[in-house]
Design a protein around this ligand. Sequence first.
Ligand code: NAP
Length: 277
Amino acid sequence: MMITAQTRLVGVIGFPIAHTLSPVMHNAAFAALKLDWVYLPLVVPPEQLRAALQGLVALGFAGANLTIPHKTSALAHLDDLSPEAKSLGAVNTVVVAAGRLIGYNTDATGFLAALDEAGCRPHHALVLGAGGAAHAVVYALRQRGVSVTIGNRRPKPAAWLAEKMGAAFLPTWDAFTLSTALTGVDLLVNATPVGQWPVVNESPLPAGVQLPSHLTVFDLVYNPPHTRLLQQARQAGAKTISGLGMLVHQGAAAFSLWTGYPPPTEVMRRAVLAGLG
Ligand code: NAP
């Protein structure tokens, strides 16, 4: 691909940024649609975030993704926010529109798109974790009218998130409490990083938790795509959804916000899988 003065620029702003799959995913999508666009990894330390965001406007970027540690701190430097970004207090996609910086959050839509793709229509969900990803998942499920219980290692963040989102929370994090909660739900979501590369032999579930076979288990961890938790779910006869789908669909939503084109999601999925090796 030739980069010229006409080439449109986007990228991901993070610190550090070594393991991101976003450049591979978006550049494959631009190539597939023959768009003269390029997606760059942009390493920006926290104290330079404001200057970097203003730099997007100055340099004529179409927008950017934001990742750790900038998703929340960026809010103070943007001109406007989508309803999702406002509600979640976190931005993962910025669009530069007429010189203004608009913040979006595509994690909730990405999660719902992956759920729909798997044909999963839950009524009651247990979400493990109470951090940024759990926030987006609980928000998305509550938008669909799903009743949600949050289980977190430390109950305080779970209680806070439950109060904010009209959900319930588990008072303790132990095998008995989790097993009991699982009998009453049809969807289990792991929104903790447990099981993620390089510690791939760990499951977020404490030893002794029984997984009922009627469950669908959705693991937000995408590296590896088949986590220890998903192996446990399969052994129990439950359905499984890998975090790869959410990664692709949150990226696809950002792609549309920047370019206005329908995203080539299968191309993006193949690129991510190839990137994971
Ligand atoms: P985060 O804000 O740091 O939150 C981490 C959560 O996990 C906290 O609730 C924490 O509990 C819990 N946790 C951490 N270590 C744990 C352990 N050893 N045992 C039990 N709970 C533990 O992280 P995040 O941004 O929400 O991301 C969570 C995961 O989701 C990451 O792996 C991320 O890559 C993934 N993710 C995937 C997608 C996707 O597109 N597939 C999108 C977003 C995020 P405490 O409060 O007790 O510390």
